[in-house]
Design a protein around this ligand. Structure first.
Ligand code: FES
Length: 85
């Protein structure tokens, strides 16, 4: 498991194996637009302010990977990700 923190209000949520970041946030009332849910379309791309994403998408460029993540399928290598949400 890892934690996602929302930069704008400081709330944190645990993301357990088998659930996506988008699912966890949506379950807590934070609507994340998703479409393909497979890392292909880019609908769910969000900026990462700190932490190290574990990219599982096929849509981001190497440059984008430095500070963006697809919330539908990617995860974290660090214990925490701080998102620009
Ligand atoms: Fe398509 Fe995440 S919903 S990349």
């Amino acid at each position: 498991p890892f934690t996602v923190t929302l930069a704008h209000d400081g709330r944190s949520f645990e993301v357990v194996p088998g659930r996506s970041i988008a699912e966890v946030l949506s379950a807590n009332g934070i609507v994340i637009p998703v479409s393909c849910e497979q890392g292909i379309c880019g609908t769910c791309v969000t900026r990462v302010l700190s932490g190290e994403p574990d990219h599982r998408d096929l849509v981001l460029t190497d440059r984008q990977r430095a500070d963006h993540i697809t919330l539908c399928c990617s995860r974290a290598r660090s214990a925490e990700l701080v998102l620009d949400l």
